[in-house]
Design a protein around this ligand. Structure first.
Ligand code: NDP
Length: 341
């Protein structure tokens, strides 16, 4: 069994490939209450940087990641050999799940129904990312017809879904993304009304021109200068969902100071205009997973909701893919396929 673990050095602000070490171990037999699984897809998500820097999880273990896997041998109730599962194997070819195996509280292993969609989607649109977009947009911000909605990191895993959900509510949706190809995808494939680049030196003016009636909902994935461009345009009684602040994830304190600075900067406008600002934590919406799935999965199947993945091949590519995702070199939800599906 090959796996990636943290090298001895501290994980730098924006990690380099050298922060990770490739190791080998024997494939362990499952104990009572456990199942042995082979990893098929490893999900690479921004929050994993925080886990790495905090060294969350057992020392020396594979780096944490949500995964799609297949059961090889089971001594765990409810799981049989051959089942496809969502679990948290991490950056490894094989792992045990179940009794005594560490995982984040709310990332409970579950059996997948392959008839609902491609199994890779279980760590994306049909899993945590779909739930994040559904909770942050439909349940928290509730856009109304003709309102103006802005979504940052619009071509990414969460952003692409959040914007399409807002379009379904009849809103006018403006995306913000990086390079031109991403902006083109956001308008031409996802059907947003416009998409602006945060790489443009005139982002503030571009956004003001694209939102002549101001902004009613802001789905925040980024922070920094994107937030600064949005702030003056927020309307009376507008809503802002803080989903993520990826621009700050490389900060030494994980962005705590910058988050506080952002709220301080926003406060006068939030107060004067009665802006509702809510932070999203997807784990608090676990009970809404099935509701999201019933709404989103059929639409993904029929192509009514479009969803782009960026799938790299082979365990060896994981550190590079992870670093690239953090700096915006992914195009769609970033995954690595470790074994055939
Ligand atoms: P993405 O697929 O969107 O990948 C990250 C993207 O962020 C990059 O592709 C890049 O896109 C953009 N980006 C990176 N740095 C910057 C920057 N400095 N300024 C502007 N854009 C930047 O990742 P996800 O969809 O997985 O995650 C999106 C956000 O959702 C993250 O903030 C994440 O932490 C958050 N999240 C929050 C959850 C919650 O419970 N609150 C749950 C899941 C995710 P581009 O090229 O367009 O700049």
């Amino acid at each position: 069994n090959r796996y990636w673990t943290l090298a001895d050095e501290a994980v730098p602000a924006w990690p380099r490939e050298s922060a990770f070490a490739l190791k080998e171990s024997k494939v362990p037999p499952p104990g009572l209450g456990q199942a042995l699984t082979r990893t098929i897809y490893v999900s690479l998500d921004p929050y994993q940087l925080y886990y790495q820097r905090e060294r969350t999880g057992p020392a020396g273990a594979p780096c944490h990641a949500r995964t799609v896997s297949q059961v090889i041998e089971s001594r765990m109730n409810g799981f049989e050999a051959g089942d496809f599962v969502f679990n948290t194997n991490g950056w490894t070819e094989y792992a045990l799940m179940g009794e005594g195996i560490w995982r984040p509280d709310y990332m409970v292993p579950r059996k997948l129904d392959p008839s609902l969609g491609r199994i890779s989607q279980a760590v994306g649109v049909l899993g945590m990312l779909g739930l994040t977009a559904y909770a942050g947009m439909d349940l928290m911000a509730s856009p109304k017809p003709a309102e103006t909605v802005v979504v940052s990191a619009a071509s990414g895993g969460v952003g692409q879904i959040a914007g399409q959900l807002a379009k379904q509510r009849g809103a006018r949706v403006i995306g913000i993304a990086g390079r031109d190809a991403k902006c083109k995808f956001v308008t031409e494939e996802l059907g947003f009304d416009a998409c602006l680049s945060h790489l443009s030196p005139t982002l503030t003016e571009d956004l003001a021109a694209a939102c002549p009636a101001g902004i009613d909902v802001y789905f925040e994935n980024v922070g920094g200068k994107v937030f600064e461009a949005v702030l003056p345009l927020l309307n009376q009684a507008s809503r802002m969902t803080i989903c993520g602040l990826i621009a700050y994830y490389g900060d030494r304190d994980g962005g705590v100071d910058n988050r506080a600075a952002l709220m301080k900067l926003g406060e006068p406008i939030f107060n004067a205009r009665g802006v509702t600002v809510k932070s999203l934590s997807v784990s608090e919406f676990a009970a809404k997973h099935d509701e999201m799935l019933a709404y989103v999965a059929p639409q993904v199947t029929t192509g009514k909701i479009r969803y782009r993945e960026d799938i790299r091949q082979g365990l060896k590519t994981i550190p590079t893919a992870f670093v690239e995702m953090l700096r915006g070199d992914n195009f769609g939800k970033m995954l690595v396929q470790v074994s055939p599906d």
